[in-house]
Write a new protein. Structure first.
Lengths: 190, 190
DNA sequence: CACTTTCTATGACAGTTGTTATAGAAAAGA
DNA sequence: TCTTTTCTATAACAACTGTCATAGAAAGTG
């Protein structure tokens, strides 16, 4: 049987996602992951034979799926509501963490290990971004946008939200996000 | 006298900026910095008594000033040309590094150290972002935009470029950047 | 020349990193 | 019950981290 439903295992994945979002890939150590998840360190390599790579990949996919679920939910009320939901989602992450939490997917995309390249983790991040873009683009197309125009707008949305997160964390203020959000919603209204 | 013009010192700062852009803050070690700069490791704490913090702060300011100089140059031909220059600048960084180099300023903004918070480095990053935004906003205002509208647009530009860099690195493709650039230039044309 | 300032080489420190091996506990199936 | 699978504790490894102290070289100044 595939691994039985194990709480500790899932807690490690979730804790890793949060560590990635806050401290980045290289500051996310297996020992800290386990500690923050209240999980036994001794069993880390039992649940994740692939080591840190595997945990990180699963954390990225986990975070991606979580965002996707909420985005899909908001999109049921239309593209405009979906965009608003996507924006307020990330806005809340910033505000609730006092601008200390960012995006775990971004974390693995901007930190290439010294010795090698984490191809698998990078591919997972790319897939997550593409997933979000696809959802948004699809909704915009259904709303009357030209398919290619919708795709470009969806990419702009994801990119500017990710960038806004960076600006807000640097500045410890929500102002950049709100400025970007207003301009984006205006652009999507066309 | 303030420190005499020292090649090795400046090379360390430049090498650090590149390491930040590629590997991130936590993977940027003093030993590697010195090695890549062909600088003596033994004198690192002589030139930078503040340790890694100081080197990182100087690297962020250095990268920020470099971008500023080029942006200012392009802006002499107007806001539209300045924007185009800013975009092609980052586009070249991505292409020339095969999508392995990002933005060193972003790196320090998204990696909070485990034990403490690098307030000084974060403040330097915030200042650099604000500097770029200010330059763009000012040029847009001179071109007829309302000041607050110009400020919002400038923030959107910086945010979406930073975000596009992330998407391109994840996807190892220039496509996200070009999509974002097209939409941004269109939005700025209004 | 001597003298002072600037710079560099070397080694050490305490701590952390990813990973593995070994041994044993807990749980599940018969 | 016995047996097998699943999980965990502990220790160790080599390599790396930021930082510091000590010693000496190099360079500039008188």
């Amino acid at each position: 049987m595939s691994p039985r439903h194990n709480d500790a295992r899932q807690r490690v994945v979730a804790a890793t996602a949060e560590m990635l979002a806050r401290h980045g890939l290289n500051a996310t150590s297996i020992r800290e992951m386990a500690k923050r998840a209240d999980a036994p360190l001794g069993s880390t390599y039992h649940h994740f034979p692939g080591g840190k790579q595997q945990v990180v990949v699963e954390a990225v996919k986990f975070a991606g799926a979580q965002v996707r679920a909420r985005l899909e939910h908001h999109l049921q009320a239309g593209a405009k509501a979906g965009l608003a939901g996507f924006l307020s989602m990330w806005r809340d992450v910033l505000l609730r963490s006092d601008f200390r939490l960012g995006c775990p997917v971004m974390a693995v995309a901007v930190e290439e290990p010294i010795d090698a390249v984490a191809e698998e983790a990078l591919a997972a991040a790319a897939a997550v971004f593409a997933d979000w873009e696809g959802l948004l683009a699809n909704a915009l197309t259904n709303e009357g946008h030209e398919p290619e125009s919708a795709a470009k707008l969806a990419t702009l949305i994801v990119a500017s939200v990710e960038g806004a997160i960076v600006l807000c964390r640097a500045q410890r203020s929500i102002a950049p996000f709100d400025k970007v959000a207003e301009r984006i919603e205006w652009a999507a209204g066309l």
